[in-house]
Design a protein around this ligand. Structure first.
Ligand code: GTP
Length: 327
């Protein structure tokens, strides 16, 4: 069964609680993407080169990324020829299937957090300022505490940005986890070292470390992350278990380029796409996959504490293509 049929069978007419969050959070993307494709089908009597050009534009406007768009459209053309389809109204299923078959191909699809087999799990959060790192750490700490029953601690390793420490402290307080912090302008690795020591003493299960996001000063940032990684490894040899890169989905292709830069600086193990509810260009998930081949582990679908959702490909497809699937 193709993605299209699978998603249709799974979600249409049903209302699972988590699914509602995806549908609401991706509403703007769905309207831009699905409605434009439906509108295109209504305008063309038959599928021709012009139709495909417009389809390419819709995909590009949804932030799918040019090289990915070319691959997807080539696949769609091929399938249309094979099935001998000429009516644009019959193409929805093929569009949805091809987009996601390409996404899922050769993919590292694990969305689960890689926890340590035993002892302390260390998660390092990286990303440029304003991407939503602090908010994500708060939401993630809450998820891990409430859903998995683990004891979480956070380390205020962004000593560079004014206010970052206080902001993280507010979140820690809100979700009821302990925070280890140093002074603004201090050595972030010292904070992390301190946090590692305390986490081990207090039998913490998961330590989430904030870091500064000065991508414009790449050499310093690289040195800082290297030092932090060295200290973490010295204390917990198989750590960090995850280095999650936080990207603001509303920054579109710029966010994708930042992600590429970050992945050159440090070993990223997964992505968190924030503010998906604030963009009409939900296709960024596909573009990132194409350029980085890293799994999207979480997506931010709002500002509330429970708006960070584990990335689920089926729910994402349904959210993005709702009006196509339900046509
Ligand atoms: N709508 C929406 N807003 C979000 C989401 N994630 C974060 N935000 C908001 O984005 C803004 C910036 O997020 P912060 O966590 O404060 O990011 P920052 O502290 O500026 O920068 P860093 O922590 O360095 O990334 C805040 O107003 C958050 O509430 C999301 O998934 N959806």
């Amino acid at each position: 069964m193709g993605f299209f049929s699978k998603v249709k069978e799974k979600f249409v007419g049903k209302s699972a609680k988590q699914n509602d969050k995806y549908v609401a959070g991706l509403d703007r993307s769905n309207t831009t993407f699905s409605d434009r494709i439906n509108e295109l089908a209504a305008r063309f009597r038959e599928i021709n080169d012009e139709y495909f050009e417009e389809l390419e534009n819709i995909l590009i406007m949804s932030d799918v990324g040019v090289s990915m768009v070319m691959k997807i459209v080539a696949e769609i053309k091929n399938e249309v020829r094979l099935q001998n389809i000429t009516n644009p109204k019959e193409i929805n299923e093929i569009i949805v299937d091809k987009m996601f078959v390409i996404y899922a191909n050769d993919s590292v699809m694990t969305t689960k957090i890689n926890y340590a087999d035993e002892g302390l799990t260390v998660i390092l959060m990286v990303g440029v300022n304003g991407a939503g790192k602090t908010t994500t750490i708060g939401k993630l700490a809450n998820r891990i505490t409430k859903d998995e029953g683990k004891k979480v601690m956070v380390a205020a390793g962004d000593t560079f940005r004014a206010g970052a420490i206080d902001q993280l402290a507010v979140w820690a307080n809100r979700v009821g986890v302990e925070i280890v912090k140093g002074n603004e302008g201090g050595d972030p690795s010292a904070v992390v070292f301190d946090a590692l020591k305390q986490a081990k003493e207090k039998n913490v299960d998961v330590l989430i470390c904030d870091t500064a996001g000065r991508l414009q000063n790449k050499v310093n940032l690289m040195k800082e992350l290297e030092k932090m990684n060295r200290i973490i490894k010295r204390e917990v040899p198989d750590a960090p278990h995850e280095t999650l890169l936080v990207i603001d989905a509303t920054t579109g292709q710029n966010g994708v380029s930042q992600a590429v830069e970050f992945s050159k600086i440090t070993d990223v193990t997964g992505l968190v796409l924030t503010k998906m509810d604030g963009t009409a260009k939900g296709g960024i998930v596909l573009s990132i996959k194409d350029q980085l081949n890293l799994p999207v582990k979480f997506i931010g679908l709002g500002e509330q504490v429970d708006d960070l959702q584990e990335f689920d490909l089926d729910q994402y497809i349904y959210g993005l293509c709702k009006n196509l699937v339900e046509e």
